[in-house]
Design a protein around this ligand. Structure first.
Ligand code: GLN
Length: 489
């Protein structure tokens, strides 16, 4: 393995800036690593080798530009984000032939900052799932154990970053899809506050929940990517018109955790948590105490309703968002239909996978006249109570800490016949999306029984990514580094 690949994103960035490494060498190192590990992982739906090399050569020919904070840095992008001239499938057959004519805003900002896109990462179809098994294209494997899932829905992004195919990736998180695969693969995954990053060009799943964010090897790397993609955007009316903090400065200002209070929600630390996960996470909290943090017990009393409320809101929004895939404007159209309505039905039946169809049907049902009050309105009310719980808890501490996933990465196929069981895996991540707050998963070592990565979740106040990243960075650096994942060593 090239020693370039063992650098972090910020480590590479500094070598590129010093002229010690060319953009082309960085891209070539990633492409070689992709070639070596993709047969085992299948993390990427599309590898854009020629364009990446050409872009790197262009950067090298123009010379290093200090105005571009990601000059020459190779990245992967979840296939839910549009990329100009580069196929974007959302892991669905219905977008099999879709090549966008514009970049998502987050992608455009990365490119403008000098980043080079090497590929589009696999995911659950339309980001619906927790294991990446719902992709219509391929099964992505966990870099620690090829028999296990990488988590989802941003499983391709997490596997790619962890296996060192790229120096960072973008994912999206509607109910945990950045944090959970980061936890199960052993990398860092940050879901920003709702409205911190423009959703322009993100294929919408649950528009009031979706956020784009980085998956990286370190917290410092996550801060470097967020600094580029965050900030107001007139093209997304839900993107907040708030200035972006200096994340790098916030990290540097925090040598230890003295003066930091970490809240431990009682509902997150007990029932339903796997023994080896519990053990690793308690050790991580002890490490935080060793760094000077104080811990307090807090409560999120309505979290028991979070799964029910989330799946109603998410499916309702999905059923509405996915109406645009009708065989007319995008993607796959059935050729055999004799009239319009039949063409819609046939195109959608052939283009959408089972999980997507299930969610469209449930989502349509909960929004239908006569059921709206019983389901959607109730879920919206519960959502408000969950938000209030977080506000009350975060008034007593600086950040909250808890698990990301109740169990480590499970075996491929273990839950594919039981969607409800799979939904339950999201118990510790979805309430944060309902509340719109930022959260991060950081690796807390390997489980004693499974030998698989376990992530700790830290959750912060709205738009306080700077404070959250600072605490996460200090703790991250004190926790064990698991090193190169076994299945791709
Ligand atoms: N697993 C959750 C779902 O299926 C979350 C997915 C996501 O965050 N995109 O909806």
């Amino acid at each position: 393995m090239s020693d370039l690949i063992s650098l972090t994103l910020t480590g590479l960035r500094d070598r590129l800036a010093a002229g010690e490494v060319s953009a082309r060498a960085a891209v070539d190192a990633c492409l070689a690593r992709i070639q070596a590990t993709e047969p085992a992982l299948s993390a990427l739906i599309t590898v854009d080798a020629d364009a990446a090399r050409a872009r790197a050569d262009e950067l090298d020919a123009a010379g290093y530009d200090p105005a571009k904070p990601l000059w020459g840095v190779p990245l992967a992008i979840k296939d839910a984000l549009t990329t100009k001239g580069l196929r974007t499938t959302c892991a669905s057959k219905i977008l099999d032939n879709f090549t966008p004519f514009y970049d998502a805003e987050a992608v455009a900002r990365l490119r403008a900052a000098g980043a080079v896109i090497v590929g589009k990462a696999n995911m659950d179809e339309f980001a619906m799932g927790s294991s990446t098994e719902n992709s219509a294209y391929q099964l992505t494997r966990n870099p620690w154990d090829a028999e296990r899932i990488p988590g989802g829905s941003s499983g391709g992004s997490a596997a790619s970053v962890t296996a060192r195919q790229c120096f960072g990736a973008l994912g999206t998180d509607t109910g945990g899809s950045i944090r959970q695969p980061a936890s199960l693969c052993g990398c860092v995954g940050l879901k920003p506050s709702y409205g911190r990053v423009s959703r322009y060009g993100l294929v919408a799943y649950g528009s009031s929940l979706d956020q784009i964010g980085p998956l990286t090897r370190t917290v410092e790397d996550a801060a470097a990517l967020l600094a580029v993609i965050a900030g107001p955007d007139a093209k997304d009316s839900t993107c907040a018109d708030r200035p972006v903090d200096d994340y790098a400065a916030a990290l540097a200002a925090r040598p230890d955790l003295s003066g930091t209070t970490i809240g431990l929600p009682v509902e997150f630390w007990g029932q339903g948590l796997d023994g080896e996960v519990d053990e690793r996470l308690r050790a991580a909290v002890d490490t935080a105490r060793g760094l000077g943090a104080k811990t307090v017990e807090v409560s999120l009393p309505h979290s028991k309703y979070a799964i029910a409320a989330y799946y109603i809101v998410a499916m309702a929004e999905a059923s509405s968002n996915l109406a645009r895939f009708d065989g007319v404007r995008y993607g796959v159209r059935d050729a055999g239909a004799e009239e319009l309505v039949d063409m819609y039905a046939r195109s959608r039946s052939a283009g959408f996978g089972d999980e997507v169809q299930r969610r469209i049907m449930i989502g349509t049902y909960v929004l239908s006249a006569g059921y709206y009050d019983a389901y959607y309105r109730k879920a919206a009310q519960v959502r408000r109570l969950i938000r209030d719980d977080f506000a009350a808890a975060l008034a007593q501490c600086d950040v909250l800490a808890g698990p990301v996933s109740p169990v480590p990465a499970w075996k491929i196929g273990a839950m594919t016949d039981d969607p409800l069981q799979m939904y339950l895996m999201d118990i510790f991540t979805i309430s944060l999306n309902l509340a719109g707050l930022p959260g991060i998963s950081i690796p807390a070592g390997l489980g004693a029984t499974s030998g698989m990565p376990v992530g700790l979740q830290l959750m912060g106040r709205a738009f306080d990514e700077a404070g959250l990243l600072a605490v996460a960075n200090t703790l991250f650096k004190a926790l064990p580094d698991a090193g190169l994942p076994r299945a791709v060593a």
